[in-house]
Design a protein around this ligand. Structure first.
Ligand SMILES: [Fe+2]
Ligand SMILES: [Fe+2]
Length: 372
């Protein structure tokens, strides 16, 4: 197949140049006051009459682990901890450190130290808010997988993940409510991605979008915040969530590894394109346009500066450190003519391809004592 027969960037992500800032910023969340958001999930609910438990031993093992790994967000976390939001915002502060070095002639010229402090706390709030919204996306996606996946071992496992995700939404919502002042609405790019994942009728696309891409990125992002935060409550909350997320990503890797073996070249190509689209949506989200708006700065005045910031670029690339090895393990990097490898190379994230994949990482991250 020649390159021009492939789907164009415009078809995949709505613009020719992936770095077209105006096109990125033109996507905004216009329904910030809506309470209910409806998406068509276009899927058949599938019964299976094959109840043989353990026909897929790796999924069965994951299911047995998950049954023992349940925790209670209300009682297992130290909610009475006094949280110092300023101290907590260290990671957000570090991300923008270079930007602060030379502010003459930039929109930050008039920023006082107080403004920077407020900006760091807002960035934290925004980040946690997007985690919370993403967790709800995971809750819905995984409930959908329970219905649509044809394998009994996968239905069993997905049912445990649904419970995990309910707990994750619950603890992020509680943290934002009790320790921060309110939360941000969902970012427009994240919303678009979650809508696309839910909207797709094919059961394996739910896995690819959620378990591999969204949760792969979340696992890396939670890891950074978990290491950096001095807040014992948030540290423990993230540690518990990460233990679950590592299993969820493993669920995606193990399920798709089997299923992709049955797909044709053009079908795999569609999966590569979907992975690329998801990667771009997630990268667009990092521009946190809603925070700039709230700080009274026009995003388009500041984003060119942020895009030049090498430290920040490196931080963002690190967020792909789980996704790329998992795509490699699934054979998505090099299928066909290596189209996805090329895209990940352009995004500056291909260097992670030989990092550890997440098929087994959950063994290391478990936090709840195993009974057996
Ligand atoms: Fe989650
Ligand atoms: Fe998850």
């Amino acid at each position: 197949m020649a390159l021009d027969e492939y789907t164009s960037n415009r078809d995949l992500i709505g613009r020719d140049d992936v770095n077209d800032l105006e096109a990125i910023l033109a996507i905004t969340n216009t329904d910030v006051d809506e309470v209910i958001h409806t998406v068509k999930d276009n899927a058949d609910a599938i019964f299976t009459w094959d109840y043989e438990k353990g026909a897929r031993p790796a999924l069965n093992k994951l299911y047995e682990k998950a049954k023992h790994a349940q925790w209670n967000g209300e009682t297992d976390l130290p909610w009475d901890t006094e949280v110092d939001l300023m101290k907590n915002a260290e990671l957000s502060r570090l991300q923008f450190q270079e930007l602060r070095q030379d502010v003459s002639g930039t929109p930050f010229e008039k920023f006082t130290d107080d403004d920077w402090d407020r900006f760091s706390i807002e960035t934290d709030n925004w980040t946690l808010s997007q985690f919370m919204h993403g967790e709800q996306g995971a809750l819905l996606c995984t409930a959908k997988i329970v219905e649509t996946v044809p394998w009994i071992d996968a239905k069993y496992y997905a049912a445990t993940q649904v419970m995990d995700e309910a707990r994750h939404v619950e603890v992020f919502a509680k943290y934002l409510d009790e320790k921060h002042e309110g939360h941000y609405p969902i970012n427009a790019h994240l919303k678009m991605l979650l809508d696309d994942i839910i909207n797709d009728s094919r059961w394996d696309m739910t896995y690819l979008g959620m378990q591999i891409m969204v949760e792969g990125l979340a696992l890396a992002a939670f890891g950074f915040m978990q290491q950096m935060t001095p807040d014992p409550l948030l540290k423990q909350l993230l540690r518990y969530v990460m233990a679950d997320e590592a299993r969820h990503v493993a669920f995606g890797v193990l399920s798709l590894k089997e299923y992709y073996g049955e797909l044709t070249g053009p079908e795999i190509r569609e999966r590569q394109e979907f992975a690329f689209e998801a990667a771009i949506r997630m990268r667009d989200r990092f521009m946190q346009q809603e925070v700039w708006d709230r700080m009274g700065i026009r995003p388009k005045d500041v984003l060119p500066l942020i895009l030049q910031d090498e430290g920040r670029a490196m931080f963002q690339q690190m967020l792909f450190s789980k996704i790329v090895p998992n795509c490699r393990k699934l054979g998505l990097l090099d299928a066909g003519d290596g189209w996805l490898r090329e895209r990940f190379t352009e995004m500056g994230v291909i260097a992670f391809e030989h990092w550890e994949d997440t098929g087994e990482e959950y063994e290391k991250l478990q936090v709840v004592e195993q009974a057996s």
